[in-house]
Design a protein around this ligand. Sequence first.
Ligand SMILES: Cc1ncc(COP(=O)(O)O)c(C=O)c1O
Length: 388
Amino acid sequence: MAKDGSEMGINTRLAHSGNNPHDYFGFVNPPVVHASTVLFPNAATMAGRSQKYTYGTRATPTTDALALAIDALEGSAGTIMVPSGLAAVTIPLLAFVSGGDHILIVDSVYFPTRNFADTMLKRMGVEVEYYDPRVGAGIAALIKPNTKVVFTESPASNTFEMQDIPAIAKAARAAGAVVMMDNTWATPLYFRPLDHGVDISIHAATKYPAGHSDVLLGTVSANAACWEQLRETFFTLGCCAGPDDVYQVLRGLRTMGVRLEHHQRSALAVASWLEGQAGVAQVLHPALPSHPDHALWKRDFSGASGVFSIVLAGGGQAQQHAFLDALQIFGLGYSWGGYESLAVPVWLGDRVVAKGSYDGPLIRLQIGLEDVEDLKADLARGLAAAAA
Ligand SMILES: Cc1ncc(COP(=O)(O)O)c(C=O)c1O
């Protein structure tokens, strides 16, 4: 907000949200506070814990700066910071599900989320069920009296189906279930889950917020109804993030808007070009008009980031590997959201509902900040190798 109360543009907010420079001698960036012990001035203050900071695991001026910045972007009541994006998935699940509960998870979820549910949650006695990403309001038929959480992720990991988040959230809320969303792909710049009925928004800040493939961090932001329970679980587990990583993510946020614009533009240029290339059966990018869920993306999202998949026109693992091995600029590596382009083979063997039917093997591409013509030339090398 400006002093006159008007809402400022997103890049202005990214540049100035979080810390107040005048709280720390005018330095524009907040201090990186390395802390376990915090001193109290006297025994009464200590006994009453009646000061702002009490111990390093709970909060510091550095974590507060990032939490405030994320809350401003998400419209949330509070945000916790944890050591990885995966911890940002597992901690809210541990906060809200108990033995005997039922949980609905989208079948196209990030694989380690499924792995956590299928191993630890099942061991705790949680009933885990996967639903079709295109279920929409039909989720109501899957909700049981003991359904505690509906876990969404849109677009889908690797296959990029869009979910009707408002319809799913409405049905889940009506049944008293908590709605969580892994919103890493869109970032709060292109989708604000809490505005669409979601209770808890999850981010692998490792990706676009950090932006340079050198930091692991997760953030979990909750609405007022869920905030206390999330925060208590965070304190109970002691799973706090290191100050340098928190600082790096706040630093990354300052430029995230301009980086995302570039990722978005380049990814769309590359995706549109790929649609016209021999050897490509399909491009799975929700911002392309050809995408079956394009209307849903357009209705709810205000932008697209730089990750999508392609389906090769026939072939199998040999063609997939030939494509990947021919690439010279795209690195073969996990994660995304950094400055550099990456490619990974997609494996769908974990799916139980949304198996899809594709003409050939899938490859996921993260479009980095390199020049588009160079990226196209690299992908052309891959396609030629797959065809040979
Ligand atoms: C959608 C999604 N959520 C969560 C994560 C986990 O993030 P991290 O690598 O920081 O554990 C990833 C990582 O690839 C992801 O793609």
